[in-house]
Each structure stands twice: as C-alpha cells, then as structure tokens.
Design a binder for this molecule. Structure first.
Ligand code: PMP
Length: 437
C-alpha cells in the first residue's frame, strides 16, 4: 500500500469522499488521489516522495510557480505582524490599487475570501441595484457553489455528471435562466421574453470549466450591448482568467482598451485564484455607482470575518507585483508549445481531438476535431473516456494533470525548460494510452 492509499483510506473515514473539494477525489479518472505534502517552483511532491511536474498550479493561483521567494517572504513578514485583525489594514488598498491599475473598469473593489463569495455577492448586488430577480447564466460555466448558479454548472458538476445539485430549491432554480454558450440569439430571445425582470447576465470571461471554450468574436461585447439596452448588468467572472491570461485578464486581452476586439466595459467583475497568491483571497469590483450599493454605503449587505486577511493581501500584492510582462510572455509561449506538442502526439497516435484555447489557457477535447467545443452540449458529447488512461499515463511519467477532462491545464512562470521537457517526454506514451482506450 502506498502512503497516499493509506492517507486516502483514513480521510474517507473522516470526510465525505475523503476530500474537501469533489474533483480532488479522482472520481472521473479513477485510482487513488495523490496526497501532496510540498510544492516548489513547477513541482509538487506526494506523500510517497514522488515529485511531479505540476499542471494544476492549485487550479490557477500559482502563476509564479509554488513558493516564489517574494511571495513567501511577504507572507512571512505579514505573519510576524499578526495573522488577522478584523479591521482595515494598509495592504487591502495596496492590492485594490494593483487591481485597478490592471483593470480600469474596477472603480471600486470589495475583498472576499473565495471566488464563490465574489460571484454570490455580485449576484446579490445586481439584484439589489436593479430591483429585478432573474439571473442569466450559460450552461457549462462554473461560478462557484452558490445555489442560484449551480444549474448546468461545469467543473465538478460536469465531472460527476450531476444535473445541478440537490438542496437547491425549485424557487431558487426558477430565478436562473440557463442559456447555451456562444449563442447571442438565445440571449436576445431571453431578453425579449423577460427583459424587464433580468438583473444580470453572468459569464466566465472565457469558459474554462467545461474544458476551455473560446468566446466567439464579439460574444462578450454583444452581452454588454444587450444588457445595457435592457437596464441589466453584465458580470464578467474572471476568477480563473483574471491576471492569468493577461495583466488585465481575458477582458484586458480582448475587450479592454488595446485588446484584440472592439472595446467595451463590464459592469461588475469577479476575481479569485491569482489575486490571492495561493492564499484565500477573492474580490468583486466594477462601476462605482453599482459597488456603492454595498454596505456600509448602500442597502446590499455583505461582510466577512477574514475578508482582506493580511497574509492573503500580502501574498496577492507580492504576486501581482511580480507578474511582469515577461511572466505572461513565458507562460504564453510555453502554453502554445505544449498544446502544439500535445496535438502532434495525439495526431501521431491517431486520436481525434481538438485543442481548446483562450489566451494561454488550454485544454484537450477528444473526438471533436470536426468542429471543436463551442458550448456545453459539445463538451458533454466528446469521447471523455479517453482522458482517464491519458491522465494516468502522464501521472506515471511524473506529470500531474487536472483529474478531469473538463478542466484547463495551468502553467506558471516557474515551468522552465527542464520541467517542460519532462512533460514533452511523457506525451507519446499518454497519447498511445488515449488511443487504446
Ligand atoms: N468562478 C470561476 C470561473 C471559477 O473557475 C471558480 C473556481 N474554479 C469559481 C468561480 C469559484 O471559486 P472558489 O472555488 O474560490 O469558490
């Protein structure tokens, strides 16, 4: 028995499924989850002492790799001064300023601790500001585990093939309209039918929880136009993409001033993952008039004992300060090289697939080469059974991938040539395993 097997047995007797977040249980790929004990740079090490090149990066936060010296140093120094005060601290405004500098649409920012809290607050705020009840979301987009947005969510909901979640009341579900992604006509139709009742449209800036899906040219701008025309708000969820695909997130890359597409402005944005440098921090921000509806200025209540936690703020400030243009250039170029190498090996092994991209985020979808994945129906129709043997072959070769085909592969600026070469060396056997599935 391996140490991970022993630890998993113990954990299962103590925690539901042995985990504190479902996808960690390796449910869709099978086998024993690796219990990780340390991480440094591009590597994680499990309880059996095996080192892996990490392509999960804590599901996104580790933009600079694990244990970046500047981030660790900032956290150590903050810890020496106190772990939590439950009062305002200077570092909160430091981090808010860094966010505002990168994403000018953020006129005001509120720090919270998780991405779920950020989207939950954004939804409540949109309802409070507009006085309307309905929220539009897209099938396959994941925004955290708040009741109103679990319908047709991606991520673990897709991995476990759940229709949504038990425990969400019919009344709550009835206030969420779920539409197909990349379909502006469906959005127009929903607004034609319910325009006066829709508080907000929420969308991932680029979906990465049904695998990665590229927003069609002008899709997000179209959402902005339609919501504005009907007095509804547009909430752009950048929890996963924010500060990862570009200093300004996916919006900065595409719809911000100087972006690749026509410029437009979100009403609200949500952030998480990279913003906390590996500690629990997340945020929502946007239009001043909307954000000022939050307590204590406005009638929409929101609070948090650990919000703006000084360690998390210190980690976030250090990480964003070190996320230079070079960091993004390196991640972009490694992402392109790796996704291209992956595609080449799958072609060589005769495995039908598409590489799904949004900036430097990518994932692989199997059996979809005729058109790729553009929405949740496409994502669910793929040959997802090919992923488990692919995943385990990579794991055996020392590469730690997300344990689900519906998740993006995450790189960091600590992935140097040696780490990348270990991944390249592992690809041929994994492609052959996928072919044999
Ligand atoms: N929004 C998006 C786009 C996400 O990817 C996630 C988490 N993967 C969340 C929200 C929820 O964040 P958290 O897990 O921190 O609650």
């Amino acid at each position: 028995m391996t140490v991970s097997e022993e630890l998993f047995t113990r954990a299962q007797a103590l925690m539901p499924g042995g985990v504190n977040s479902p996808v960690r249980a390796f449910g869709s790929v099978g086998g024993t989850p690796r219990f990780l004990v340390s991480a440094k740079g591009p590597h994680v090490t499990d309880a059996d002492g095996r080192e892996y090149v990490d392509l999960v990066c804590s599901w996104g936060p580790a933009l600079l790799g694990h244990g970046h010296p500047a981030v660790l140093d900032a956290v150590h120094r903050a810890a020496d001064k106190g772990l939590s005060f439950g009062a305002s601290t200077p570092a909160e405004a430091d981090l808010a300023q860094l966010v505002k500098d990168r994403v000018p649409a953020v006129e005001r920012l509120r720090m919270v601790s998780t991405g779920t809290e950020a989207t939950m607050t954004a939804v409540r705020l949109a309802r409070g500001f507009t006085g309307r009840n309905l929220i539009v979301k897209f099938a396959g987009c994941y925004h955290g585990h708040l009741d109103s947005l679990l319908a047709a969510a991606g991520s673990g909901v897709a991995t476990l093939a759940l229709p949504g979640s038990a425990g969400v009341t019919a009344a709550t579900a009835a206030e969420t309209l779920v539409l197909p992604y990349n379909d502006l006509a469906a959005v127009e139709a929903a607004f034609a039918d319910h325009g006066n009742s829709i508080a907000a449209v929420i969308t991932e800036a680029a979906p990465a929880n049904m695998g990665v899906v590229t927003p069609g040219q002008g899709f997000n701008a179209g959402l902005s136009r339609i919501t504005a025309a009907h007095g509804a708000l547009l909430i752009i969820d950048e929890v996963l993409t924010g500060f990862r695909v570009d200093p300004g997130g996916y919006w900065g890359l595409t719809g911000g001033a100087g972006g690749a597409e026509e410029a437009w402005t979100p009403d609200l944005l949500t952030f998480g993952k990279v913003i906390g440098g590996g500690l629990p921090a997340a945020a929502l921000g946007g239009r001043e008039d909307v954000m000022n509806y939050l307590a204590p200025l406005g009638p929409v209540y929101q609070a948090g004992t650990l919000s703006g936690n000084p360690l998390a703020m210190a980690a976030g400030v250090a990480q964003l300060s070190h996320a230079t243009a070079d960091v993004y250039r390196q991640i972009d170029s490694n992402s392109l090289a790796l996704s291209t190498a992956l595609s080449t090996e799958l072609d060589r092994a005769g495995v039908d697939h598409s590489i799904q991209r949004a900036g430097n985020l990518f994932s692989v979808a199997f059996g979809t080469s005729s058109g790729g994945v553009h929405n949740y129906a496409d994502a669910l129709a793929q040959d997802s059974y090919r992923y488990a043997p692919f995943f385990h072959s990579m794991l055996d070769s020392g590469v730690y991938l997300p344990p689900s085909v519906f998740e993006a592969w995450f790189l960091s600026s600590a992935h140097d040539d040696a780490a990348m070469n270990r991944i390249y060396d592992a690809l041929p056997a994994a492609a052959a395993a996928a072919a044999g599935a």
